[in-house]
Every structure is written in C-alpha cells, then in structure tokens.
Write a protein that binds this ligand. Structure first.
Ligand code: CMP
Length: 138
C-alpha cells in the first residue's frame, strides 16, 4: 500500500552533518520527500510530540535531547513507507540494529539514535499533522 510516514533527523543527526547522507539513503530506497523543514522544538512541543511516552523514566531526558538543537522533520512517501522506513532506520537501540541501518552506522545510544520514524498509520497521521499543514505536503 502506498503510504506516508513522518521521519525526523534528530538533533544529534543534524549536529553531525548527516542530513545529506540520511536523505540520500531514503531517496536510494525509493522514498519521495513530500515535505521538509528545519526547526527547534520548545520543551512543550517535544512533550506533546512524545506524549505517549510521558510515563516512561526516560521522558525528561528525551525531551531535553530533542530540544538541544535543530531537527529536520520530513514527510516520506512510498509503498509500505512506515515499515520500510523502520527497516532503514534499524532497531531503536543501535546495539540491536542490523548492519547498514542508519542507527547501526551513526547512533550513539538508545536515546541519541539519529532518526525517528512513525510506528503505525495512526501515529503517522498524528505526527505528520504535528509538523505540516496539508498545503505544505506536495
Ligand atoms: P523514537 O523512535 O524517536 O521513539 C521514542 C524515543 O525515545 C526513541 O526513539 C529514543 O530516542 C528514546 N528512547 C526509547 N527507549 C529509550 C530508553 N530505554 N532510554 C532512553 N531513551 C529511550
């Protein structure tokens, strides 16, 4: 099924100048970039985006990390975009990530893991509308 997913290059990925490499990888894997922007989240923004994790012990640290610098959210589209993006990113913990995945190649830890990707159609819908208006998605 042709679908859209939200990808974020997190503050560690942007600070390490990995933006070009990561976008290239998505394009090489058949994704079209439907929307893209660069911004800095406020603490409130980050808390809202990650509200599903608000009871987790790592929540505050995650919010601090996601607000430490610029991020690059993107809407990506292709066949089975949600699953395929998760494949390319690799497991949340880089120690468990497969060879050749973004997190295996670049991530430092389970928290500082370079990229985010929607995990279901419901979260993709919420996450895309969190960052983009319909007229920004080409
Ligand atoms: P992400 O895919 O953006 O979804 C939630 C984020 O929380 C995750 O990537 C990591 O950055 C972070 N995270 C998940 N599990 C942990 C953990 N056990 N400790 C610290 N951070 C975590």
């Amino acid at each position: 099924m042709f679908e859209q997913t939200l990808s974020i290059i997190k503050p560690d990925g942007v600070a390490k100048n990995l933006t070009g490499n990561i976008i290239q990888l998505f394009e090489n894997n058949g994704f079209e970039i439907k929307a893209i922007k660069k911004l800095i989240l406020t603490k409130k923004n980050a808390e809202s985006f990650y509200y599903v994790h608000k009871e987790r012990p790592f929540f505050k640290s995650l919010v601090d990390f996601m607000t430490e610098g610029a991020i690059i959210p993107m809407v990506l589209s292709r066949e089975n975009a949600i699953l395929k993006n998760r494949e390319i990113m690799g497991a949340t913990n880089p120690k468990d990530a497969a060879e050749g995945t973004i997190r295996k190649m670049y991530a430092e830890s389970i928290e500082r893991n370079i990229v985010h990707g929607s995990d279901s159609p419901e979260s993709a819908k919420f996450e895309i509308s969190f960052f983009f208006n319909y007229f920004e998605i080409i």
